[in-house]
Design a protein around this ligand. Structure first.
Ligand SMILES: C[S@@+](CC[C@H](N)C(=O)[O-])C[C@H]1O[C@@H](n2cnc3c(N)ncnc32)[C@H](O)[C@@H]1O
Length: 283
Protein backbone atom coordinates (compact mmCIF):
# COMPACT_ATOMS: atom_id res chain seq x y z
CA UNK A 1 0.00 0.00 0.00
CA UNK A 2 1.61 3.23 -1.09
CA UNK A 3 -1.08 5.87 -1.05
CA UNK A 4 0.73 8.48 1.04
CA UNK A 5 1.89 11.55 -0.89
CA UNK A 6 3.76 14.18 1.05
CA UNK A 7 2.73 16.84 -1.50
CA UNK A 8 -0.63 17.12 0.35
CA UNK A 9 1.08 17.91 3.64
CA UNK A 10 4.17 19.90 2.65
CA UNK A 11 4.79 22.84 4.97
CA UNK A 12 2.24 21.83 7.62
CA UNK A 13 2.90 22.26 11.35
CA UNK A 14 4.64 18.88 11.53
CA UNK A 15 6.98 19.83 8.70
CA UNK A 16 7.83 23.08 10.45
CA UNK A 17 9.09 21.17 13.50
CA UNK A 18 10.80 18.37 11.55
CA UNK A 19 12.42 20.60 8.95
CA UNK A 20 13.57 23.29 11.36
CA UNK A 21 15.28 20.57 13.41
CA UNK A 22 16.82 18.99 10.30
CA UNK A 23 18.11 22.42 9.25
CA UNK A 24 19.73 22.99 12.66
CA UNK A 25 21.32 19.54 12.68
CA UNK A 26 22.79 19.94 9.18
CA UNK A 27 23.93 23.46 9.93
CA UNK A 28 25.84 22.01 12.88
CA UNK A 29 27.38 19.23 10.75
CA UNK A 30 28.87 21.62 8.18
CA UNK A 31 30.68 23.62 10.85
CA UNK A 32 33.47 21.06 10.56
CA UNK A 33 35.36 20.63 7.28
CA UNK A 34 35.38 16.88 7.55
CA UNK A 35 32.80 15.31 5.23
CA UNK A 36 29.72 13.46 6.44
CA UNK A 37 26.98 11.21 5.08
CA UNK A 38 23.29 12.10 5.06
CA UNK A 39 20.84 9.18 4.79
CA UNK A 40 17.13 9.80 4.24
CA UNK A 41 15.21 6.51 4.47
CA UNK A 42 11.82 7.91 3.39
CA UNK A 43 12.62 10.83 1.12
CA UNK A 44 9.40 11.81 -0.66
CA UNK A 45 9.63 13.88 -3.85
CA UNK A 46 12.43 16.22 -2.71
CA UNK A 47 10.78 19.53 -3.48
CA UNK A 48 7.15 20.74 -3.57
CA UNK A 49 5.15 23.65 -4.90
CA UNK A 50 2.65 25.12 -2.47
CA UNK A 51 0.68 26.39 -5.45
CA UNK A 52 0.07 22.96 -6.93
CA UNK A 53 -3.26 21.12 -6.71
CA UNK A 54 -2.11 18.89 -3.81
CA UNK A 55 -1.02 21.60 -1.39
CA UNK A 56 -3.94 23.78 -2.41
CA UNK A 57 -6.42 20.96 -1.86
CA UNK A 58 -5.58 20.57 1.84
CA UNK A 59 -4.19 24.05 2.52
CA UNK A 60 -2.23 22.52 5.42
CA UNK A 61 0.77 24.82 4.86
CA UNK A 62 -1.44 27.78 5.79
CA UNK A 63 -1.50 26.53 9.38
CA UNK A 64 2.24 25.87 9.32
CA UNK A 65 5.01 27.49 7.34
CA UNK A 66 2.83 30.35 6.02
CA UNK A 67 2.16 31.53 9.60
CA UNK A 68 5.85 31.29 10.49
CA UNK A 69 6.97 33.32 7.50
CA UNK A 70 4.31 35.94 8.14
CA UNK A 71 5.75 36.45 11.63
CA UNK A 72 9.43 36.80 10.76
CA UNK A 73 9.49 40.45 11.72
CA UNK A 74 8.00 39.87 15.17
CA UNK A 75 10.26 41.20 17.94
CA UNK A 76 10.16 37.83 19.67
CA UNK A 77 10.80 35.71 16.55
CA UNK A 78 13.21 32.97 17.71
CA UNK A 79 16.76 33.18 16.45
CA UNK A 80 16.79 29.37 16.26
CA UNK A 81 14.12 29.42 13.52
CA UNK A 82 16.15 31.77 11.33
CA UNK A 83 18.24 29.12 9.50
CA UNK A 84 14.99 27.43 8.37
CA UNK A 85 13.43 30.75 7.36
CA UNK A 86 16.55 31.88 5.51
CA UNK A 87 16.66 28.61 3.60
CA UNK A 88 13.02 29.09 2.54
CA UNK A 89 13.66 32.67 1.47
CA UNK A 90 16.69 31.61 -0.55
CA UNK A 91 14.77 28.87 -2.37
CA UNK A 92 12.03 31.36 -3.19
CA UNK A 93 14.47 33.96 -4.56
CA UNK A 94 13.84 36.17 -1.53
CA UNK A 95 10.18 36.63 -2.58
CA UNK A 96 7.75 37.12 0.29
CA UNK A 97 5.24 34.95 -1.58
CA UNK A 98 6.11 31.32 -0.81
CA UNK A 99 5.88 28.86 -3.71
CA UNK A 100 8.72 26.36 -3.39
CA UNK A 101 8.74 24.26 -0.24
CA UNK A 102 11.67 21.87 0.28
CA UNK A 103 11.21 18.32 1.48
CA UNK A 104 13.99 16.79 3.53
CA UNK A 105 16.20 16.11 0.44
CA UNK A 106 15.60 19.72 -0.66
CA UNK A 107 16.85 20.93 2.72
CA UNK A 108 19.84 18.59 2.67
CA UNK A 109 20.85 19.78 -0.80
CA UNK A 110 21.34 23.30 0.55
CA UNK A 111 23.99 22.06 2.98
CA UNK A 112 25.86 19.24 1.28
CA UNK A 113 29.42 20.04 0.13
CA UNK A 114 31.91 18.29 -2.16
CA UNK A 115 33.20 16.22 0.73
CA UNK A 116 29.70 15.06 1.81
CA UNK A 117 27.53 12.30 0.36
CA UNK A 118 23.78 11.75 0.34
CA UNK A 119 21.70 8.57 0.11
CA UNK A 120 17.98 8.88 -0.52
CA UNK A 121 15.42 6.06 -0.47
CA UNK A 122 11.86 6.26 -1.75
CA UNK A 123 9.36 3.62 -2.86
CA UNK A 124 6.45 5.53 -4.45
CA UNK A 125 6.65 5.31 -8.27
CA UNK A 126 5.69 8.96 -8.83
CA UNK A 127 7.75 10.45 -6.02
CA UNK A 128 10.84 8.46 -6.97
CA UNK A 129 10.59 9.98 -10.45
CA UNK A 130 10.40 13.52 -9.04
CA UNK A 131 13.22 12.76 -6.62
CA UNK A 132 15.46 11.34 -9.35
CA UNK A 133 14.92 14.43 -11.49
CA UNK A 134 15.56 16.68 -8.51
CA UNK A 135 18.89 14.96 -7.84
CA UNK A 136 19.99 14.65 -11.47
CA UNK A 137 22.78 17.22 -11.22
CA UNK A 138 23.55 16.80 -7.54
CA UNK A 139 27.01 15.28 -7.20
CA UNK A 140 27.45 12.56 -4.64
CA UNK A 141 23.71 12.02 -4.27
CA UNK A 142 22.44 8.45 -4.63
CA UNK A 143 18.75 7.79 -5.13
CA UNK A 144 17.28 4.30 -4.78
CA UNK A 145 13.78 2.96 -5.20
CA UNK A 146 14.10 0.48 -2.39
CA UNK A 147 13.23 -0.03 1.25
CA UNK A 148 14.80 2.71 3.35
CA UNK A 149 15.01 0.68 6.56
CA UNK A 150 17.23 -1.92 4.89
CA UNK A 151 19.02 0.87 3.04
CA UNK A 152 20.23 2.49 6.27
CA UNK A 153 21.68 -0.73 7.63
CA UNK A 154 23.61 -1.31 4.42
CA UNK A 155 25.29 2.09 4.59
CA UNK A 156 26.53 2.38 8.10
CA UNK A 157 28.95 3.06 9.54
CA UNK A 158 29.81 5.64 6.87
CA UNK A 159 33.51 5.79 5.90
CA UNK A 160 33.88 9.27 7.45
CA UNK A 161 32.33 8.09 10.75
CA UNK A 162 30.20 11.26 10.63
CA UNK A 163 26.56 10.88 9.69
CA UNK A 164 22.96 12.01 9.99
CA UNK A 165 20.08 9.60 9.41
CA UNK A 166 16.50 10.82 8.98
CA UNK A 167 13.71 8.25 9.30
CA UNK A 168 10.38 9.74 8.28
CA UNK A 169 7.88 6.97 7.48
CA UNK A 170 4.25 7.63 6.53
CA UNK A 171 2.97 5.30 9.31
CA UNK A 172 0.26 4.00 6.99
CA UNK A 173 1.34 0.61 8.23
CA UNK A 174 1.26 0.20 12.00
CA UNK A 175 4.48 -1.83 11.78
CA UNK A 176 6.34 1.40 10.98
CA UNK A 177 6.24 2.35 14.69
CA UNK A 178 8.11 -0.79 15.66
CA UNK A 179 10.33 -1.08 12.59
CA UNK A 180 11.61 2.49 12.80
CA UNK A 181 12.85 2.07 16.38
CA UNK A 182 14.26 -1.40 15.65
CA UNK A 183 16.21 0.03 12.72
CA UNK A 184 17.75 2.75 14.89
CA UNK A 185 18.62 0.26 17.61
CA UNK A 186 20.37 -1.98 15.07
CA UNK A 187 22.05 0.94 13.33
CA UNK A 188 23.25 2.37 16.65
CA UNK A 189 25.09 -0.87 17.43
CA UNK A 190 27.11 -0.42 14.22
CA UNK A 191 27.43 3.35 14.37
CA UNK A 192 27.09 4.68 17.92
CA UNK A 193 28.13 8.27 17.22
CA UNK A 194 25.65 8.91 14.39
CA UNK A 195 22.81 11.38 14.74
CA UNK A 196 19.43 9.72 14.14
CA UNK A 197 16.23 11.71 13.73
CA UNK A 198 12.96 9.77 13.84
CA UNK A 199 9.73 11.60 13.05
CA UNK A 200 6.38 10.41 14.43
CA UNK A 201 2.75 11.55 14.35
CA UNK A 202 0.70 11.70 17.53
CA UNK A 203 -2.34 9.62 16.60
CA UNK A 204 -2.44 6.93 19.28
CA UNK A 205 -0.48 7.69 22.47
CA UNK A 206 0.09 4.00 23.24
CA UNK A 207 2.18 3.58 20.11
CA UNK A 208 4.51 6.40 21.12
CA UNK A 209 4.79 5.04 24.66
CA UNK A 210 5.72 1.68 23.14
CA UNK A 211 8.43 3.32 21.02
CA UNK A 212 9.87 4.96 24.14
CA UNK A 213 9.84 1.63 25.93
CA UNK A 214 11.67 -0.04 23.04
CA UNK A 215 14.35 2.65 23.15
CA UNK A 216 14.70 2.39 26.92
CA UNK A 217 15.30 -1.37 26.66
CA UNK A 218 18.01 -0.89 24.04
CA UNK A 219 21.65 0.21 24.11
CA UNK A 220 20.75 3.62 22.69
CA UNK A 221 22.06 6.57 24.73
CA UNK A 222 21.68 10.33 24.48
CA UNK A 223 18.06 10.38 23.31
CA UNK A 224 16.05 13.59 23.11
CA UNK A 225 12.29 13.66 22.59
CA UNK A 226 10.55 16.74 21.27
CA UNK A 227 6.82 16.98 20.74
CA UNK A 228 4.34 19.64 19.71
CA UNK A 229 0.63 18.84 19.95
CA UNK A 230 -2.07 21.11 18.56
CA UNK A 231 -4.80 19.30 20.47
CA UNK A 232 -5.13 16.95 23.41
CA UNK A 233 -4.59 13.25 22.64
CA UNK A 234 -7.59 11.73 20.92
CA UNK A 235 -7.99 8.71 18.70
CA UNK A 236 -10.95 10.29 16.93
CA UNK A 237 -9.30 13.16 15.13
CA UNK A 238 -6.30 11.67 13.34
CA UNK A 239 -2.97 13.43 13.89
CA UNK A 240 -3.27 15.79 16.85
CA UNK A 241 0.45 16.37 17.26
CA UNK A 242 3.91 15.58 16.04
CA UNK A 243 7.24 14.65 17.51
CA UNK A 244 10.81 13.58 16.94
CA UNK A 245 13.16 11.24 18.71
CA UNK A 246 16.72 12.45 18.23
CA UNK A 247 19.71 10.27 19.11
CA UNK A 248 22.98 12.18 19.62
CA UNK A 249 21.54 15.66 19.01
CA UNK A 250 24.04 18.49 18.46
CA UNK A 251 24.80 19.98 21.86
CA UNK A 252 22.90 23.24 21.34
CA UNK A 253 19.78 21.67 19.87
CA UNK A 254 17.96 21.28 23.19
CA UNK A 255 18.43 24.99 23.94
CA UNK A 256 17.37 25.94 20.44
CA UNK A 257 14.23 23.84 20.79
CA UNK A 258 13.40 25.41 24.12
CA UNK A 259 13.28 28.70 22.22
CA UNK A 260 11.33 27.35 19.23
CA UNK A 261 8.62 25.32 20.99
CA UNK A 262 6.85 28.08 22.96
CA UNK A 263 6.85 30.17 19.80
CA UNK A 264 5.26 27.36 17.76
CA UNK A 265 2.61 27.01 20.44
CA UNK A 266 1.88 30.73 20.37
CA UNK A 267 1.88 31.06 16.56
CA UNK A 268 0.50 27.76 15.31
CA UNK A 269 -1.25 26.39 18.37
CA UNK A 270 -4.56 26.77 20.13
CA UNK A 271 -5.44 27.12 23.82
CA UNK A 272 -5.09 23.40 24.46
CA UNK A 273 -1.79 23.03 22.53
CA UNK A 274 1.18 21.61 24.42
CA UNK A 275 4.86 20.92 23.89
CA UNK A 276 7.39 18.57 25.47
CA UNK A 277 11.16 18.58 25.44
CA UNK A 278 12.70 15.74 27.36
CA UNK A 279 16.03 13.97 27.55
CA UNK A 280 14.67 10.41 27.67
CA UNK A 281 18.08 8.74 27.97
CA UNK A 282 21.23 10.50 29.13
CA UNK A 283 24.62 10.10 27.45
C1 LIG B 1 6.42 11.41 5.23
S1 LIG B 1 6.94 11.07 3.60
C2 LIG B 1 8.58 11.66 3.54
C3 LIG B 1 8.73 13.15 3.59
C4 LIG B 1 10.15 13.62 3.52
N1 LIG B 1 11.03 12.90 4.43
C5 LIG B 1 10.23 15.10 3.84
O1 LIG B 1 10.50 15.47 5.00
O2 LIG B 1 10.04 15.89 2.93
C6 LIG B 1 7.18 9.35 3.62
C7 LIG B 1 7.63 8.75 2.29
O3 LIG B 1 8.07 7.42 2.51
C8 LIG B 1 7.80 6.64 1.35
N2 LIG B 1 7.93 5.22 1.79
C9 LIG B 1 7.01 4.44 2.41
N3 LIG B 1 7.55 3.28 2.81
C10 LIG B 1 8.87 3.32 2.44
C11 LIG B 1 9.97 2.44 2.61
N4 LIG B 1 9.83 1.26 3.25
N5 LIG B 1 11.18 2.81 2.12
C12 LIG B 1 11.34 4.00 1.49
N6 LIG B 1 10.33 4.89 1.31
C13 LIG B 1 9.11 4.56 1.78
C14 LIG B 1 6.43 7.12 0.93
O4 LIG B 1 6.19 6.82 -0.43
C15 LIG B 1 6.53 8.62 1.23
O5 LIG B 1 6.91 9.35 0.10
Amino acid sequence: MLSYRHAFHAGNFADVLKHSVLTLVLEYMVRKDKGFTYIDSHSGAGMYSLNDEYAQKTGEYKGGVAKILAAVNDDNFPEALMPYVELLHKLNNENDELDIYPGSPGIAKQFMRRQDSTHLFELHPTDIQHLTEFCARWNKSHVKQSDGYKGILGLIPPPSRRGVVLIDPPYELKEDYVKAVKTIVKAYKKFTSGTYILWYPVVTRERINAMEKDFSRSDVKNLLKVEFCLQADSEEYGMTGTGLFIVNPPWQLENQLSEILPYLKAKLGEDQSTFTLEKLIEE
